[in-house]
Design a protein around this ligand. Structure first.
Ligand code: CTP
Length: 396
């Protein structure tokens, strides 16, 4: 996956810098074109000569060459790179990145990089679990950076705990999966978010769905080369990847119409939306005024997944979700078969860390042969990766 890719490696001043020699060697072995930018302190841990020799490119440290005034442009470095991996990222550099401080070439390049940024933190365990570091790491995630989590083990301080930089092989695997284009040429329909069912001009019926799970699936598929159509109910999210085309809808009926129109041209559909099951029988044109009593008659919405299940041809893959509060597995199995799905992703509101609004999820995948695969509680982004790799397995 990495052959011909421009990989910029940023080294900050931590003892794990010695491992970056192996990282660069592995990247070059995979056929990547590697450039290295270091901070002044990183030079104390590994020499520019080592990194220049391994990367086969001059190492950049300063904004300009003091001998001849030649300018090292952070802007062109950021544009050159297909991916920027900052490893090791010390607590100091992570803090500066989170705060937008740009007092060295590595950091100015971070601020101007247009490519995806991967950050592999490394520090002592107490620094790693300090609330300031945790907040900084969350800030980087919210910028769209991928954090390659530190590992647990013996640290340079002699203490044992979380803070070791991820192994070079793990970092390479992470980059490989980013550049994986297994979905290229495939069109995928993803539904996400809630629907709003209008009662009158100021009121509606809806649910707590934030859309995060569906958006994470759309993002992961797009990163792996899919052409994604995201039919989204109202959310505060915006998709980042250029391969995602968003179609905004409000009501269950609008979502139904769009999905029916789009599904025939898609290879895969992942029905992640929390579609309202009922909608008011009558939508009042004027605001309903205060009364002593109000009864709203509801009628059932159309089941989008079930309809796509009826339309599905042999080559298409249709996946659904089931959010359950009781008899979870039985209910999910019933939906799997009644909607003619290829697999269903079950999450239970009884599991801590699952459900609406939270950033994590705990899922089980049940396929049409009845096989159950259980996963641990993970971030919704990592759950999306698990679901997408499961789809990749079906395709292969
Ligand atoms: N779904 C759909 N259209 C609907 C209702 C649900 O496409 N009108 C899809 C959801 O996107 C999900 C799956 O069907 O992929 C299951 O949704 P869920 O709300 O868990 O179940 P329901 O079928 O609505 O059944 P119930 O509310 O009785 O649990």
């Amino acid at each position: 996956m990495l052959a011909g890719k421009h990989i910029l490696v940023g080294i900050t001043g931590g003892i794990a810098a010695y491992k970056v020699a192996t990282l660069v060697r592995l990247l070059v072995k995979e056929g990547a074109d590697v450039k290295v930018v270091m901070t002044e302190t990183a030079k104390q841990f590994i020499t520019p000569l080592t990194m220049a020799t391994l990367s086969k490119n001059p190492v950049l440290v300063d904004f300009f060459n003091p001998e001849n005034g030649e300018w090292n442009s952070h802007v062109s470095l950021g544009l050159w790179a297909d991916a920027y991996i900052i490893a090791p990222a010390t607590a100091n550099s992570v803090g500066k990145m989170a705060a937008g401080i740009a007092d060295n070439l590595l950091l100015t390049t971070y601020l101007s990089a247009k490519c995806p940024v991967f950050v592999a933190p490394a520090m002592d365990l107490d620094m790693y679990r300090h609330p300031a570091t945790e907040i900084n790491i969350e800030t980087l995630k919210s910028h769209g950076d991928t954090i390659i989590d530190a590992e647990t083990g013996e640290l340079a301080s002699g203490l044992d705990g979380k803070g070791r930089m991820a192994e070079p092989e793990t970092i390479v695997a992470c980059l490989n999966s980013y550049f994986d284009a297994s979905f290229s040429g495939l069109r995928v329909l993803v539904t996400a978010g809630p629907t709003y069912e209008k009662i009158d001009p100021v009121r509606y019926i809806s649910n707590y769905s934030s859309g995060k799970m569906g958006y994470a699936i759309a993002e992961t598929l797009a990163q792996q080369g899919a052409d994604v159509i995201l039919v989204s109910g109202p959310t505060h999210l915006s998709p980042l990847h250029p391969n995602i085309r968003r179609v905004n809808v409000v009501s269950a009926n609008e979502m139904y119409e769009e999905c029916l129109r789009l599904f025939p041209s898609c290879n895969i559909a992942v029905m992640c939306a929390a579609v309202a099951d009922f909608t008011p029988e009558n939508q009042e044109e004027n605001k309903i005024k205060q009364k002593t009593d109000l009864t709203i008659s509801l009628t059932k919405t159309k089941d989008i997944a079930a309809q796509l299940g009826r339309m599905k041809n042999d080559g298409q893959i249709l996946a659904g979700f089931a959010l359950e509060t009781e008899n979870e597995v039985d209910n999910a199995r019933e939906k799997l078969s009644s909607k003619n799905l290829d697999f269903i992703v079950l999450n239970s509101l009884n599991d801590i860390g699952s459900g609406f609004g939270v950033d994590t999820n705990k899922i089980m995948i049940i396929d049409s042969n009845g096989t159950e695969i259980r996963f641990d509680t993970k971030s919704k982004k990592d759950v999306a990766k698990d679901i997408v790799s499961y789809i990749r397995q079906i395709l292969s």
